[in-house]
Design a protein around this ligand. Structure first.
Ligand code: MD3
Ligand code: FE
Length: 208
């Protein structure tokens, strides 16, 4: 599979974050959602706790050889889910999406699944728990619209925002890999993809 297998491939650049709007069509989105349901059955979503003991509003789980966890001991990649099971494999359809868009020379070894219910958001942060920061991150948005904010590599300064919609793919590499970013809010119920509303964001990465 390559990029031409995906719809509308126009790329919008937001401070080095490449957003391919509407890259994935509705049928493919539904198929990925089914794949994700399979992952979540084996490795249930959980509310990660920050190092300060606060619960994040986003629920998460992972697929792949390792998965991202956060608790009082900090943020890190672990070979098992907090409840002790192995993370399920990354669905083939998502690996194909990585091959088509990421432009990486390695396969991803982890796929983080973020679920945003009503009122969930994600504060500005950097992604720097991966060993090789030259490797890109690929994100797929599914479900409700989300207001995505991008800042700078250094903390503070001006930021810019963009609404992410269901089917949008973002590729983050190069200098943008260390920019501060977050999700300010989700328009709950704006998409019909998920019957009860909500947003799912999938990020694939090379962790180790
Ligand atoms: C820019 N997720 O999981 S995806 C995350 O929509 C995360 O759930 C958001 O930030 C979400 O860490 C944003 C787009 C994204 C993902 C990774 C990035 C943007 C990024 C890494 C570096 C810079
Ligand atoms: Fe992030």
């Amino acid at each position: 599979m390559n990029r031409s297998d995906f719809s509308d491939v126009s790329r919008v650049d937001l401070r080095g974050v490449g957003v391919y709007s509407g890259a994935m069509g509705l049928d493919a989105q539904r198929a990925v959602l089914e794949d994700l349901r399979g992952v979540i059955e084996k490795a249930p979503l959980f509310h990660p706790e920050t190092a300060r003991g606060r619960k994040m509003s986003v629920r998460m789980t992972s697929a792949g050889h390792v998965g991202w966890v956060s608790d009082r001991r900090g943020y890190r990649y672990e070979p098992q889910h907090p409840r002790g099971m192995d993370w399920p494999p990354i669905p083939t359809r998502l690996l194909a999406l990585w091959d088509a868009f990421a432009g990486a020379d390695r396969a991803p070894d982890t796929c983080l699944i973020n679920f945003y219910g009503e009122g969930a958001k994600m504060g500005l942060h950097q992604d720097r728990d991966e060993a090789d920061l030259r490797q890109p991150v690929l994100s797929l948005s599914l479900g409700d619209d989300a207001l995505f904010r991008v800042g700078n590599v250094e903390k503070g300064g001006k930021t810019e925002s963009l609404w992410l919609h269901s089917g949008d793919v973002a590729v983050i590499g190069g200098a943008a890999r260390l920019v501060y970013h977050g999700i300010d809010r989700v328009r709950f119920g704006s998409s019909a993809l998920m019957p009860k509303g909500g947003r799912v964001n999938v990020t694939m990465r090379v962790a180790g």
